[in-house]
Ligand binder design. Structure first.
Ligand code: CU
Length: 149
């Protein structure tokens, strides 16, 4: 009986554990961010916007739920909306990322808004942006300041 239990633990338990570990590892590395950029700030303007492509390459649904950067007092997830022909921005609490989904943060659409910049965004400089997701991922992305309107 003992041997059978041991056999069961090794043959049933181990693969299950391995699968579980692999599953976790996959979900942790499943979000990729590319093409991150911000436009340079003009004059004394203390706000900026960051854009990037983000893709959920894993198998579980996730969402971007928070953003922060050491170069600004506050960072928010924003989207543009059109109301009666007027373009507005509003803060969103989360940007959903279904498995396989690619979401583009781009001018006129989703963006990360930076408030109270501690220094101006200068052309060709880079700064870190930290993204937090619902499942608990925390990713640091380097944002390049580029002129790309
Ligand atoms: Cu905004």
């Amino acid at each position: 009986m003992r041997k059978i239990i041991l056999f069961l633990v090794i043959c049933v338990g181990l693969p299950f554990l391995l699968l579980k570990c692999m599953g976790t590892a996959q979900s942790k590395e499943s979000i990729t961010v590319s093409n991150a950029f911000a436009n340079p700030t003009m004059g004394d303007l203390k706000v900026g916007a960051v854009f990037f492509d983000i893709q959920n390459k894993g198998t579980i649904p996730d969402a971007v739920v928070a953003v922060e950067t050491p170069i600004a007092a506050r960072a928010e997830l924003h989207e543009h909306t059109h109301e009666n022909g007027v373009m507005r921005m509003r803060q969103v609490n989360a940007v959903e990322l279904a498995p396989g989904q690619l979401v583009k943060f781009e001018p006129g659409d989703l963006h990360v808004m930076l408030f109270d910049l501690k220094k101006p965004l200068k052309l060709h400089e880079r700064f870190p942006l930290i993204l937090k997701t619902r499942v608990g991922l925390k990713m640091t992305v380097m944002v390049k300041v580029e002129d790309r309107d």
